[in-house]
Design a protein around this ligand. Structure first.
Ligand code: TYD
Length: 142
C-alpha cells in the first residue's frame, strides 16, 4: 500500500513586491514554483452552485492561486481529506500527483490561476474515484 507521509496541504507564500502604486507577485519556474511551469490556465465565471475538479492526476503537479475572490479546495490522498479556502493572490496551494481534488463554492468574482508541471494530457487524468483508490492500493469507500 502506497501511503504518503508528506503533508496533504502545502502552501507557498509568495513575496508581494508592493509599493505605493500597488502590489506585484512574480512567479518563476523551478524557483518560486517547485517545478518547471509548462502550462498556465485559469478558471473564472464559475457559479457558486457549480463544483469542479473531481479528478486526480497520475503525474501532474500543480499550484493553484486564487488571484481574486475565493473558492474552497478539497484535497484527498485516499486516506485523509482536507478542505481549505483559496482566497489570497500571494498564496499558492501545492497539489501533488495522485491527489484527488474538488473545487466548491466559487465566489462570482473568483479567478483561479493554476500553474502546471506538464502540458495538457487527458490520459494523465483519473476521473473515477474507484480507480483512484485502486491505484493507491486502498479499498474503495463511497
Ligand atoms: P477539466 O480539467 O475537466 O476542468 P476542472 O477539473 O476544472 O473541472 O477541464 C475542462 C475542459 O477543458 C476539458 O474539456 C479539458 C479542457 N482543458 C484543456 O483543454 N486544457 C487544459 O489545460 C485544461 C486544464 C482543461
Amino acid at each position: 500500500m502506497k501511503i504518503e507521509n508528506v503533508e496533504l496541504v502545502r502552501w507557498f507564500d509568495f513575496p508581494s513586491l508592493g509599493d505605493d502604486r500597488g502590489s506585484l507577485v512574480a512567479l518563476e519556474g523551478s524557483k518560486t514554483i517547485p517545478f518547471d511551469i509548462k502550462r498556465v490556465y485559469y478558471i473564472f465565471g464559475t457559479r457558486s452552485d457549480v463544483s469542479r475538479g473531481f479528478h486526480a492526476h497520475k503525474a501532474l503537479k500543480q499550484i493553484a492561486i486564487c488571484i481574486t475572490g475565493q473558492c474552497k479546495m478539497l484535497l484527498d490522498n485516499g486516506i485523509e481529506k482536507q478542505e481549505v479556502w483559496l482566497n489570497s493572490p500571494t498564496r499558492g496551494l501545492y497539489i501533488d500527483d495522485m491527489i484527488w481534488r474538488e473545487m466548491h463554492e466559487f465566489s462570482s468574482d473568483c479567478v483561479l490561476l493554476v500553474l502546471a508541471s506538464e502540458h495538457y494530457c487527458e490520459s494523465d487524468y483519473i476521473r473515477d474515484y474507484k480507480v483512484f483508490s485502486k491505484l493507491k492500493g486502498l479499498p474503495y469507500e463511497a
